[in-house]
Design a protein around this ligand. Structure first.
Ligand code: AVJ
Length: 323
């Protein structure tokens, strides 16, 4: 292993198991059933998500990359960041655009990817060490929805949260999350957010219900995760993939709709879960944003937007905010 690469575990060994069980019990015993979207991303789910990002209907990844390609030099100039901290790092394509610009600006010393899964961190981290010979990579396994214990990163720090993953949080969760960010960041640090914007619902629904059915498979994969990890007996074929536009909340929701009356057993939780025919299990919310309300909720949390960049078609926004 490269000496410029470190992997720091900040989660207890049983964290995955404990939180999965708590989430499943809470979500499947509630009057309207739901599961948090983070459980989509096992190896198969991550692979399916990568495939989604290449679908003709799924524009967000390409739109964000377009903006980032164009604006990375401005981001580097505005932040002069010595550390890039990336939340939910995932694929490293967008990361490289930022690393390249910060390297060209001559400020970058350290890259700190934070994720709940260590396999992604190790793979990406080693490759980046190879390609950026003067970069230190300090990967950290953590759940940034709980805490953001930043350590001794050289400042100023640029904290990026891309891919509109912010949209997975509901308003109350976003408020908590901004508070965690605000506590972790100092006056000369900067927040880089990528958010998907409100647009024609037909375009949005198509992005989450593609013709080839990749998103449907991604959605149903969460049932396989529960089958494997909790010995549950979900039959994925007994559910339909549903992507709907919730106009009141301005968000896309993914659901699994039970095709029949059925009962699912989850032995380690001592749980029998009844589904009636047509009943929905909500698996993801994907909030779409407008500038003014987002600006207001960030201001409420102590952040000021300094730059707001969109793609030419106004589908997606990249923004820089400071404490
Ligand atoms: C990575 C969470 C932002 O909400 O668009 C893609 C995940 N779900 N297709 C999104 C996703 C269905 C994606 N995020």
């Amino acid at each position: 292993m490269n000496s410029r690469f470190t992997l720091d575990h900040r989660l207890p060994a049983d964290y995955f198991d404990t939180t999965l069980r708590a989430d499943v019990r809470l979500g499947l015993t509630a009057p309207s059933k739901s599961l948090p979207p983070k459980w989509f991303y096992d190896a198969r789910g991550s692979e399916l998500f990568e495939e989604i990002t290449r679908l003709p209907e799924y524009y967000p990844t390409r739109a964000e990359q377009e903006i980032l390609t164009r604006r990375a030099p401005e981001i580097a100039a505005a932040t002069r960041a010595h550390s890039l901290i990336e939340l939910g790092s995932g694929s490293s394509r967008k990361t490289r655009l930022l690393l390249d610009a910060l390297t060209a600006a001559g400020t970058l010393e350290r890259y700190v990817p934070l994720d709940v899964s260590d396999s992604a961190l190790v793979q990406a981290g080693e490759a980046l060490c190879r390609d950026y010979p003067s970069l230190r990579v300090a990967a950290t396994v953590t759940d940034f929805e709980q805490e953001l214990a930043l350590a001794d990163e050289p400042g100023p720090r640029l904290l990026s949260f891309l891919g509109s993953t912010l949209g997975n949080l509901d308003p109350a969760q976003r408020t908590d999350f901004y508070r965690i960010l605000r506590r972790a960041l100092s006056a000369d640090d900067t927040l880089l957010l990528g958010v998907d914007l409100v647009k024609d619902p037909a375009v949005l629904v198509a992005a989450y219900d593609d013709a080839r059915g990749v998103t449907a498979e991604f959605n149903k994969n969460v049932l396989q995760v529960l089958n494997r990890e909790l010995d549950a007996d979900f039959d994925p074929d007994a559910y339909d993939h549903v992507a709907l536009w919730n106009a009141d909340e301005e968000r896309i929701e993914m659901h699994l709709r039970s095709r029949i009356d059925q009962t699912v057993k989850i032995p380690p939780l001592d749980l029998s879960v009844d589904f009636t025919r047509g009943e929905h299990l909500r698996t993801e919310i994907s909030t779409k944003f407008r500038r003014e309300p987002l600006e207001a909720e960030l201001a409420e949390a102590g952040f000021t937007i300094r730059h707001w960049w969109t793609d030419p078609q106004n589908r997606f926004a990249l923004l820089l905010a400071v404490p």
